[in-house]
Design a protein around this ligand. Structure first.
Ligand SMILES: [Zn+2]
Length: 258
């Protein structure tokens, strides 16, 4: 079920090696994982890793061309010397980071920035590769589209919180390595980041247009609380009935004119 969630880079690398690029097109991050597979799992040296990665890219992306991508491939071969990330110790969330998230105004902006921070920490570096966007959905139990994620990324970038890199990833600029630890995230939390988020930041609320009281948001664009929306529904119902019977007594065609 949670196949690619990220504590084990080797597992993910094997998966990509078997199934090709997840988008069907060359991705720097995924090619890097495959390079790590050649190097650390199969024990290839520099030259063999390089030619195996090139072959892999050509086989899995019909539009891939060697020459324009040579610098990227060289970079990938160099970077693949780093060992697989296999993270099992908890991730620390620091006060300063959480305060940065808290300073955002919109609830959903806070929520996704939180997920981005945690996911970037899983890689032991403050970077989040774009092919990890699916993990944002998995961890937050959200159906947010790639387009909406990239809009959010743009907003975070404008606020100076993240920065796109040349390698299809984002650097998380507000990520810290020390400070007051507010919460530790363990493996179990990863799949329930949503509830950790609620625990730290509270629930999303809105002001009901009828009773003017603060309520927990249950759906997108919610205007009324449960009590008021039921009341409104009853009134609408009465109104519909009244119109219906008035219509009939006026000799109209009843339901058709409602
Ligand atoms: Zn209300």
């Amino acid at each position: 079920m949670h196949k690619s969630l990220m504590f084990n880079e080797e597992k993910l690398a094997v998966e990509i090696y078997k199934n090709g690029f997840s988008s069907g097109y060359f991705s720097f991050g995924e090619a890097l994982l495959v390079a790590k597979y050649f190097r650390h799992t199969l024990g290839y040296g520099d030259a063999r890793t390089k030619s195996a990665v090139l072959l892999f890219c050509e086989r899995n992306d019909v539009f891939f061309r060697r020459v324009p991508n040579m610098n990227k491939i060289k970079k990938i071969v160099n970077k693949s010397a780093k060992p697989y990330v296999n993270k099992s110790e908890p991730i620390c969330l620091y006060e300063e980071e959480l305060n940065t998230i808290r300073s955002l105004t919109e609830y959903k902006n806070k929520k996704f920035l939180f997920s981005i921070l945690v996911l970037s920490k899983l890689n032991q570096e403050s970077y989040l590769a774009n092919y990890r966007w699916n993990d944002i959905r998995t961890t937050m139990h959200s159906k947010i589209s790639n387009k909406n994620i990239s809009q959010l990324m743009y907003q975070y970038n404008t606020l100076g919180l993240i920065e796109p890199t040349r390698y299809e990833s984002h650097k998380i600029l507000f990520s810290k390595k020390e400070g007051t630890v507010i919460r530790e995230i363990n493996q179990k939390d990863i799949y329930n980041l949503n509830s950790v988020f609620v625990e730290l930041f509270g629930r999303d609320t809105f002001r009901c247009v009828d009773c003017d009281a603060e309520h927990e948001r249950k759906s997108f664009n919610q205007k009324r609380c449960k009590t008021c929306s039921e009341k409104k529904e009853r009134e609408n119902h009465k109104l519909r009935n009244r119109r219906y019977y008035k219509n009939i007594s006026d000799g109209g065609r009843g339901a058709r004119n409602i």
